[in-house]
Design a protein around this ligand. Structure first.
Ligand code: BES
Ligand code: MN
Ligand code: ZN
Length: 496
């Protein structure tokens, strides 16, 4: 889909569908007022009949019968003006895109949502429209015989005020880059584990490095062993698909970077602590943290951020076999600390332990890791927020703020010393499971042992996969974290 900005009055534009909007309980005004007038008051008539009121997500389809150049008008409800925010703008754009798919529309014209009474800045509103439109139109059809792509090829954003065009174009461009990066992450998550192996993630990283001008380093099994990342090595040793450690770097070669770390378990069978039939389903998604990091690296490069940003991915497949690591084994990590294995299914924290230690070499300003780490986090927060753990309040605040802006909400959970005690081992420095109580916090407590810098951990087990709960997030991989990390990086670049 190609999104452009044009100056003009929307009712005068020729497209398959004109998309305008309405706040809950209001009368047509501005663009919707002009369209309403041009089509004989049909919007007002629908409101008067009680057929439409402008609730968030509500739609009204009208036929113009030759009164204006476009045959259809789609009115999108924005909800109450006082509740309006970027998430509502994305919801409106996503709702429009779904409705346009049903109509088979190839081109459409829309306005920016909420720059008038909703008081959104033009660039932010434009970014929201571009982002949500592209994300709502996303389809994963790499494994289908027939094309099921969204019919919409051209979306024109119509702005009446010449003074706002430049800002609108900048916002659209930013939204475009971020949405593309999110779709890369979605593709990675949606690919089955049999195809998206650790080597596949490494190839993706190399391709990104080439296209975006990033520096890239990949360690194979030998390199991982030579370096002493025995925890990552152990998790991968049961699979024929050998582990990889990936480092991508953007921006200046020196200076304290912002580092992103992703859990890249390309399939989590549980290993010898094998999962159940239900538990193992969809464990191709266990590399969603890695996908977010790769996507975010693409976005920060495409946006040309001035800061040094590093993306690290610990990629392995967790499989049971005669070469697999086992319960009771004791692993020596890159940091030298040892971990007793209680369950081979608590593998994410093991690969992250080594990746977090590796991050130390950069003397980072801050490190954020993302991982589909625990079922316990899903139990605590469901699918509506990712768990946030941090050893640094300033970083936590920045992430919470980025979560509000992007709609990728976070909820902070505790990292108290008691959780660290829960993973004390009889024979090693720690054990890899603290049992059922506070499972998300004990996992984070293990990670905290390896983070000797300002650090935050996002448990995205409940949020990385969508059951179609937002108009701009179709069922499947969410690409969660790309928009969040990019927002954090933008904020970081502005302030430091
Ligand atoms: N990848 C899983 C966590 C997960 C569960 C992600 C559900 C997405 C949806 C992780 O590796 C895991 O198996 N965690 C165990 C830890 C336990 C053995 C201590 C869990 O949460 O049950
Ligand atoms: Mn597991
Ligand atoms: Zn896992």
């Amino acid at each position: 889909m190609n999104i452009t900005v044009q100056q003009g009055e929307i009712q005068k534009k020729a497209a398959d569908v004109l998309v305008v909007n309405l706040f809950d309980g209001t009368r047509p005004s501005g663009a919707s007022g002009a369209v309403d007038k041009a089509i004989g008051g049909q919007i007002a008539a629908a409101i008067d009949l009680g057929d439409f009121r402008g609730k968030s997500g509500e739609t009204l389809l009208l036929y113009t019968q030759g009164r204006v150049p476009s045959p259809r008008v789609l009115v999108i409800g924005l909800g109450q003006a006082k509740d309006f925010d970027l998430e509502k703008a994305r919801t409106a754009a996503g709702t429009a895109i779904s409705a346009l798919a049903h109509l088979g529309a190839k081109n459409a014209a829309t306005i920016l949502h909420g720059t008038g009474a909703g008081k959104l800045a033009v660039a932010a509103a434009a970014q929201a429209v571009a982002e949500a439109s592209l994300l709502a139109a996303y389809r994963f059809d790499g494994y289908r015989a027939h094309d099921r792509s969204h019919p919409l090829k051209k979306l024109s954003v119509i702005e009446i005020d010449r003074g706002k065009l430049k800002e609108a174009r900048q916002g659209i461009q930013r939204g475009n880059s971020i949405a593309e990066a999110t779709c890369l992450a979605r593709d990675l998550v949606n690919h089955p584990g049999g195809d998206a192996t650790p080597a596949y993630l490494a190839r993706t990283a190399r391709r990104l490095a080439k296209s975006q001008g990033l520096r890239c380093q990949v360690l194979d099994e030998k390199g991982i062993k030579r370096l002493g990342m025995h925890a990552l090595l152990a998790v991968g040793q049961g699979s024929a698909n050998k582990p990889r450690f990936i480092a991508l770097e953007h921006g200046p070669k020196s200076g304290a970077p912002l580092v992103f770390v992703g859990k890249g378990i390309t399939f989590d069978s549980g290993g010898l602590s094998l999962k159940s039939v239900e538990g193992i389903r969809n464990m191709k998604t266990d590399m969603s943290g890695a996908a977010a990091v790769l996507g975010a690296m693409q976005a920060v490069a495409a946006l040309g951020l001035k800061r040094r940003i590093v993306g690290l991915v610990a990629a392995a497949e967790n499989m049971p076999s005669s070469t697999a690591f086992r319960p009771d084994d004791v692993l020596k990590t890159l940091a030298g600390k040892t971990i007793e294995i209680i369950s081979t299914d608590a593998e994410g924290r093991l690969v992250l332990a080594d990746a977090l230690s590796y991050a130390s070499r950069y003397k980072p300003a801050a490190v954020v890791d993302l991982a589909t780490l625990t079922g316990a986090c899903v139990t605590a927060l469901g699918h509506h927020a990712s768990g946030l753990f941090a050893n640094d309040d300033r970083l936590a605040t920045r992430l919470l703020n980025a979560g509000e802006i992007t709609g990728e909400r976070l909820w902070r959970l505790p990292l108290w010393p008691e959780y660290r005690q829960q993973i004390n081992s009889e024979i090693a420095d720690m054990k890899n499971s603290g049992g059922r109580p506070a499972g998300a916090s004990t996992a984070a407590a293990l990670l905290a042992e390896f983070a000797d810098y300002p650090w935050a951990h996002l448990d995205i087990a409940g949020t990385a996969w969508s059951q179609n709960n937002k108009p701009y997030v179709p069922q499947g991989g969410v690409g969660l974290g790309v928009r969040l990390l990019t927002q954090l990086a933008l904020d970081w670049s502005d302030k430091q």
